[in-house]
Design a protein around this ligand. Structure first.
Ligand SMILES: *[C@@H]1O[C@H](CO)[C@@H](O)[C@H](O)[C@H]1NC(C)=O
Ligand SMILES: *[C@@H]1O[C@H](CO)[C@@H](O)[C@H](O)[C@H]1NC(C)=O
Ligand SMILES: *[C@@H]1O[C@H](CO)[C@@H](O)[C@H](O)[C@H]1NC(C)=O
Length: 329
């Protein structure tokens, strides 16, 4: 860890001392809200809690309508989102594994095994924590460690994006512009069910080609896809879309489950415009626990970055996950 910046100015410390005398969670919210960032309605996560999720992401690719050329990579991690302050988060990703397809069973189901570099991947994912904030309630600011590799940061960006549920609305259907890994995206937000007036199921839908940070041709559409080496520089992108389903806790409003499904359809020249290649990325987060925490420490750090994916300058198109990880390091 680098030197810690003193995060708290004296008046803040005084307020924190006052907080210790206060047992009402609601009152704490109010006071803390004035301390750091203001982010009205931006977050569903309560401060002084830790949200522990099981994370699963799978990236697969193959020629549409055929089963044989499929390839797939799977990531599993324990994701902890700590909330020391309102709108100030610390994310940790532990116990990760990286698996890939080694064959298919007679029913055509993919058989997966840990890659040779799964341990190395796990170590890279857990080496640095990632701090993030939502200062104005709209755009997400990341404060990564200066030594965090880009491809790891991109994978963490993907995890954060899956956790970001749109703000609560009274409308059952509306279009919002939301910050995502592909930049600012027009998003169709639907409330699918409510308990009383509180949404318990929501879904989002977006055409990724309309996002202002979407760059399909640079290296690859998604870092999760990139892990598998799904790089098609000489191809035409036909469509890219993403849908997410969120299950929300009716009382405390946090995300109990998030499932996002992203599909990119390419038309490589070699297929004579007949068959497209489909790259599919699915992500799933399931809440496991929400323990209380005591730490109120959050320092922004000096390295500020946005949520949008960064290009990782890989020009080759390696076939195996470990080759990709090597290229990107
Ligand atoms: C916090 O801000 C709210 C409105 O933004 C204000 O009403 C309240 O007095 C402030 N509290 C403190 C302790 O400054
Ligand atoms: C926050 O939510 C409340 C009620 O849900 C709404 O009245 C208010 O306008 C929202 N504030 C912002 C900044 O969106
Ligand atoms: C996103 O794009 C819309 C439409 O172009 C714009 O009105 C909005 O201000 C943008 N939001 C951000 C955070 O850049």
């Amino acid at each position: 860890m680098g030197p810690r910046k003193p995060a708290l100015r004296t008046p803040l410390l005084l307020l924190f001392l006052l907080l210790f005398l206060d047992t009402s969670v609601w009152a704490q919210d109010e006071v803390l809200e004035n301390l750091s960032f203001s982010c009205p309605n931006a977050t569903r996560f309560k401060h002084l809690r830790k949200y522990v999720y099981n994370y699963e992401a799978e990236s697969s690719s193959g020629v549409q309508g055929t089963a044989d050329s499929r390839s797939a990579t799977k990531i599993n991690c324990k994701v902890e989102l700590e909330v020391p302050q309102i709108c100030g988060f610390i994310m940790r990703t532990n116990q990760c594994t990286l698996k890939e397809v080694y064959g298919f069973n007679p029913e055509g189901k993919a058989l997966m095994k840990k890659t040779k570099n799964s341990e190395e991947f796990a170590a890279a994912m857990s080496r640095y924590e990632l701090k993030l904030a939502i200062p104005e309630g709209k755009q997400i600011v990341l404060y990564p460690d200066k030594d965090e590799p880009k491809y790891i940061l991109n994978i963490k960006r993907g995890i954060i994006s899956a956790l970001l549920v749109p703000p609560e609305t009274e409308e059952d259907q509306q279009e919002l512009f939301l910050d995502t890994v592909y930049g600012n995206c027009s998003t169709q937000v639907t409330v699918n069910s409510r308990k009383g007036t509180v949404p318990t199921e929501m879904s989002t839908e977006r055409n990724l080609q309309q996002c202002d940070g979407f760059q399909p041709i640079s290296t690859s559409v998604s870092p999760l896809a990139l892990i598998k080496g799904l790089v098609h520089p000489l191809s035409t992108l036909i469509s890219s879309s993403q849908t997410c389903q969120y299950t929300l806790d009716p009382k405390r409003k946090h995300v109990s489950e998030a499932v996002c499904d992203e599909q990119h359809l390419f038309l490589p020249f070699s297929y004579k415009n007949k068959y497209g290649i489909m790259t599919r990325v699915t992500q799933k987060l399931s809440l496991e626990d929400t323990p209380k925490i005591n730490s109120r420490f959050f320092s922004e750090g000096t390295n500020r970055m946005g949520l949008a994916f960064e290009s990782t300058k890989s020009t080759s198109s390696p076939k195996q996950a470990d080759a990709v990880l090597k290229t990107l390091q």
